[in-house]
Design a protein around this ligand. Structure first.
Ligand code: SAM
Length: 233
């Protein structure tokens, strides 16, 4: 997914908001806040905030002005409707327009830091380490890499949207997911997302190279997601 790829952003937006109910974002945020142990009102950011579903939940759960960072203008416009009091900034996660040591906690839901190369993942983690205060937490979530199959296919007719088809191929590190929507009027939108996965030992190495310490990332085959708590020493 390239920066500024509006078709990919549109496909992500239309499919995720149909398939992921708001209560899921509320649960993600409650879990992340409990792990990060951050007091209400402290400066927090959602890195790769997308259309703002977690920002909305952060506002509801005691953080009236969370910072939302994303590179997509389209998704940020949606985020400002979802969470009008959030501070939204269009930027790359590898070059955060934030002061060093300024955040009490950062969150990264659903692999937003890991949509590029290994080097880019490390760059995003390094930036996060720079802007967190000492002792500040990063909570990040991804799908559970132990549960991804080498290939999968999903198809559904979604009312008001059209036919949604999703195909993915996972090589043990990168999941290449192609999503397409064919609307009732015959318009076809298609985008491929390459999501890099790190099992806890690899994540621990990557975090250490970026200046963060992996504190916990419990994972078994039955875990629905990988939920990792990292800390800036
Ligand atoms: C899989 S989506 C998840 C969005 C959001 N966290 C959620 O769960 O709804 C990934 C998001 O990260 C953003 N993103 C990916 N790489 C980025 C980068 N290098 N800089 C800024 N934003 C990035 C994308 O624009 C997209 O909104």
């Amino acid at each position: 997914m390239d920066p500024g790829d509006e078709v990919a952003d549109r496909v992500f937006l239309e499919t995720t908001r149909r398939f992921a109910p708001p209560r899921l974002a509320r649960t993600d945020v409650a879990m992340a806040l409990a792990l990060a142990q951050v007091s209400p009102g402290k400066p927090v950011a959602d890195l790769g905030c997308g259309y703002g579903r977690h920002l909305k939940a952060l506002v509801e759960q005691g953080h009236p002005h969370p910072i939302g960072i994303d590179r997509s203008a389209l998704l940020l416009a949606e985020a400002s409707a979802q969470a009008p009091a959030a501070r939204l900034v269009r930027a790359d996660l590898q070059a955060l327009p934030l002061y060093a040591d300024s955040l009490a906690a950062a969150f990264c839901f659903y692999s937003s830091m890991f949509l590029g190369s290994d080097e880019e993942s490390r760059g995003a983690l390094e930036e996060c380490a720079r802007v967190l205060r000492p002792g500040g937490a990063l909570v990040l979530t991804t799908d559970n890499p132990l549960r991804l199959s080498p290939s999968s296919h999903f198809e559904e007719e979604v009312e008001g949207l059209g036919r949604v088809v999703e195909e993915s191929a996972f090589d043990g590190t990168v999941d290449r997911v192609t999503k397409s929507i064919t609307t009732d009027s015959g318009v076809r939108l298609s985008a491929t997302f390459c999501i890099r996965y790190y099992a806890p030992p690899a994540l621990s190495d990557l975090a250490a190279r970026a200046g963060l310490v992996l504190r916990s990332a419990p994972l078994t085959e039955s875990s629905p997601q990988l939920v990792a708590l990292l800390e800036k020493p």
